[in-house]
Design a binder for this molecule. Structure first.
Ligand SMILES: [Zn+2]
Length: 415
């Protein structure tokens, strides 16, 4: 495996990333590929063709998760999985997800060129709709694969035009019962995902590879405050039930609750505040807040949510408004597998790449795969930590480092 480096075809990989990026609903360099849209389907066809050309056998499940398999010497053993996603939010860039898919493919091609024979099969996975753009829920494919979203719940999903998930997937050729998407633990022996960091840490420290030890998970909370509207001049201050003033207390209480855990990994954000009626001379009668609370420690995150729920009750009593809170979604965080992390670390050392352990603060498909298989992720740097923008950029050097380490790791895990 010491000769791996010259075997990597990074120029071809970069060219393929650019070709994939050009398949977009928007003009280059803007990448927009919404699940089951025309660009998504063309991008899938492009990647499937590359997989077939590489000698992999390709299959799809009813939600469009795509599996490209390199059969191992012992095909009855559970495979080693790798992969990511190729859908892209509106106005995105070339690298998010795609580096994990095409980089995973290049890792497999490299091992094949070297004449390596895996004992376990190696499977490249392209997960459907990691981005929540169309249906408002992220990691649709990996979520269903791991039974974190039931077929019944999936059938209720609608896009903004009111078209159902079932209607859209079947219209685009993904048929069959949604019940067959889920797999029990053991579907993969181990799973490892290569991804750009989407943050500035690796670049700032000049480190090649991030070994992800934990994947933080968000809980989202919707809070509706109902007060009493009225004329901003004619209603005197005593006795007002201003919904926005009450909501402001909740925003600050959430910030305090996140800080009070004392853990750097606890973060909380109120990103949406809808004020009704929204007129300068009218007392707000109704406010809807949406908050995102994340941590790598599930119980600690949930304690922040319990704190804010008790503040909701306290504010309601004191201000005479009604406050209703609802947990919209709360996925458990994931801890990465020590054995895979060790393999990644050894591979990085063998490849002469510097590395550090880190936390993934964004979530990825691996968060859900973790429910049915041991997972780990490796990060490479991206310029300025910028992601989800057209100027997202990862250098050929850092992509090459990631693919090199991934190839060695896949070889080790599949042996
Ligand atoms: Zn991604």
């Amino acid at each position: 495996m010491t000769t791996l480096r010259p075997e990597l075809s990074i120029d071809r990989l970069i060219a393929e990333l650019q070709m994939l990026g050009a398949i977009s609903e928007a003009d280059p360099p803007v990448v927009t590929r919404v699940v089951f849209g025309e660009a998504d389907l063309r991008a899938r066809a492009f990647v499937k063709r590359l997989c077939v050309d590489a000698g992999l056998s390709v299959s799809e499940d009813p939600i469009g998760n795509t599996f490209a398999r390199w059969q191992g010497a012992d095909p009855d053993l559970a495979p080693i999985g790798t992969g990511s996603h190729i859908d892209a939010i509106p106005n995105a860039g070339l690298y998010d997800g795609c580096v994990g898919v095409l980089g995973g493919l290049e890792a497999i091609r490299t091992l094949r060129r070297l004449g390596f024979t895996p004992r376990r099969s190696i499977e490249l996975v392209i997960f459907t709709s990691e981005e929540p753009t169309r249906f408002g829920i992220g990691c649709l494919g990996s979520r269903m694969l791991a039974s974190a979203l039931s077929p019944g719940q999936a059938r209720l999903l609608r896009d903004k035009q009111g078209r159902g998930l079932d209607e859209l997937r079947t219209a685009t050729g993904f048929t069959g019962a949604l019940e067959s998407v889920a797999h029990p633990p053991g579907r993969f022996e181990q799973f490892v995902e290569l991804h750009i960091e989407q943050g500035p840490e690796l670049e700032r420290k000049g480190v090649d590879i991030g070994l992800v030890t934990h994947i933080a998970a968000p809980a989202s909370l919707r809070i509706v405050v109902e007060g009493e509207g009225g004329h901003a001049g004619a209603t005197l201050m005593p006795g007002r039930k201003d919904a926005l003033a009450a909501a402001a207390e909740l925003v600050l209480a959430l910030e305090r609750a996140a800080k009070s855990t004392g853990a750097i990994d606890t973060v909380a954000t109120v990103g949406i505040c809808d004020v009704f009626p929204g007129a300068v001379n009218s007392i707000p009668s109704r406010v809807q807040l949406e908050a995102d609370v994340r941590d790598i420690d599930g119980p600690r995150r949930d304690s922040v949510i319990r704190t804010i729920q008790s503040v909701c009750y306290e504010v309601q009593e004191r201000r005479g408004v009604t406050v209703a809170s609802e947990i919209v979604n709360a996925d458990p965080p994931a801890t990465c597998d020590v054995a895979i992390l060790t393999a990644l670390e050894e591979s990085a050392n063998a490849a002469g790449k510097t590395h550090q352990k880190m936390v993934s603060r964004a979530y990825h498909d691996s968060l859900f795969v973790a429910r049915i298989a041991p997972v780990a992720m490796l990060f490479i740097s991206c310029r300025g930590g910028v992601s989800h923008r057209p100027d997202e950029y990862a250098s050929p050097e850092s992509i090459g480092a990631g693919v090199h380490v991934l190839a060695r790791t896949l070889a080790q895990l599949a042996s």
